[in-house]
Design a protein around this ligand. Structure first.
Ligand SMILES: C[S@@+](CC[C@H](N)C(=O)[O-])C[C@H]1O[C@@H](n2cnc3c(N)ncnc32)[C@H](O)[C@@H]1O
Length: 254
C-alpha cells in the first residue's frame, strides 16, 4: 500500500497506529511516517522492536488522535502525503465470536462454542469507544476530519475495516466508513477485499439461524481531490484573478 500510494521520502500518517505496522512498512520502503496510539503498551512494543532490530525509530506518539492531530493542525503540519490506518472496529475488540451449541449436521454436539475475539488484545486503553455505535462513528468522524485537514490535496487515504455480526445483526461498517468520510470531503475511489487465508470458512447454523463466517476485511481507498480543497469563494477568486491576468496581457499587447 505504501509503495503504491507514495514515493520515496514521502510522509505517511497513521492515527490508530497500534504496535506500528505502518511505521515499519515506511521504514522498509524508505518513507517517513508518524503514528499516534492511545495504548502505551503498543507504543513501547514498537520502540523495543526498533531497538532489537537496530532500526532508527520513526515518531510514534502516545496519546489520543483527537488531541494530537489538533496539535499537528495548529503547528501547521499539513503535509502528509498518505494516510494509512487500521481503525478500531466498533465493539470488535469486546464481543465474543459467537455463542451457541456447535455441531455439524449429523454429528454429536461439541458443546458451547464461544470465544473472545482475538482482537481483544487491542482493547487496551481505548475504552472510550465502548458502547454505542454512535460513539464509534463520532470518534471516526472526529479523527478523519482532522486527517482531511492534514492530508495534501491529491493525497490518498486507505482505511482497513471489517464488517461484523453482533447481537443477531450484520453491520456494514465499511459502508459506514464510506458515508462518514464522504461527508467530510474524501472521495471514495474503491475497495480492496483482503481475504484472510488463515480463517476457516464455515456455515454456522446455530439454533436454526444462519450466522455468517467472516473471513475478509476491506481496505477502503479515498482521495482528497485537489479541487475539493478550494471553497466556492476561493474558486471564484482564482477565476477573477485569471480573467484579470488575461485582460492585462491583452491590453499590454495592444
Ligand atoms: C486495529 S488497531 C491498529 C493495529 C495496527 N495496525 C498495528 O499494526 O498494530 C487500532 C488501534 O487504535 C487505537 N486507538 C483507539 N482509539 C484511539 C484514539 N482515540 N487515538 C489513538 N489511537 C486509538 C487502539 O488502541 C488500537 O491499538
Amino acid at each position: 500500500m505504501i509503495r503504491t500510494f507514495t514515493k520515496e521520502g514521502d510522509l505517511v500518517l497513521d492515527p490508530f497506529c497500534g504496535v506500528g505496522g505502518t511505521l515499519l512498512g515506511c521504514q522498509l520502503c524508505r518513507r517517513t511516517g508518524v503514528g499516534v496510539e492511545l495504548n502505551k503498551e503498543w507504543v513501547d512494543i514498537y520502540y523495543n522492536l526498533c531497538q532489537l532490530e537496530s532500526l532508527k525509530p520513526l515518531e510514534l506518539i502516545h496519546g489520543d488522535s483527537r488531541e494530537i492531530l489538533n496539535e499537528f493542525i495548529n503547528e501547521k503540519r499539513k503535509n502528509f502525503d498518505f494516510i494509512l490506518t487500521d481503525i478500531p472496529y466498533w465493539k470488535m475488540d469486546e464481543v465474543e465470536k459467537s455463542k451457541g451449541t456447535y455441531k455439524k449436521v449429523g454429528e454429536q454436539s461439541k458443546g458451547i462454542y464461544s470465544e473472545k475475539s482475538k482482537l481483544s488484545r487491542f482493547s487496551g486503553d481505548s475504552k472510550q469507544i465502548e458502547g454505542t455505535k454512535e460513539n464509534w462513528e463520532l470518534l471516526i468522524s472526529e479523527v478523519f476530519n482532522k486527517c482531511f485537514k492534514l492530508l495534501k490535496p491529491g493525497g490518498y487515504c486507505a482505511v482497513f475495516i471489517g464488517n461484523m455480526y453482533h447481537n443477531g445483526q450484520y453491520f456494514l461498517l465499511n459502508a459506514d466508513i464510506a458515508r462518514i468520510l464522504s461527508q467530510i470531503g474524501f472521495v471514495l475511489k474503491g475497495e480492496i477485499i483482503w481475504y484472510d487465508v488463515n480463517k476457516k470458512l464455515h456455515l454456522y447454523g446455530i439454533n436454526y439461524s444462519w450466522i455468517p463466517s467472516i473471513v475478509h476485511q476491506f481496505i477502503m481507498i479515498f482521495r482528497k481531490e485537489r479541487t475539493n480543497s478550494l471553497t466556492k469563494q476561493e474558486k471564484e477568486k482564482i477565476q477573477t484573478i485569471n480573467i484579470k491576468r488575461i485582460k492585462d496581457k491583452t491590453s499590454n499587447e495592444e
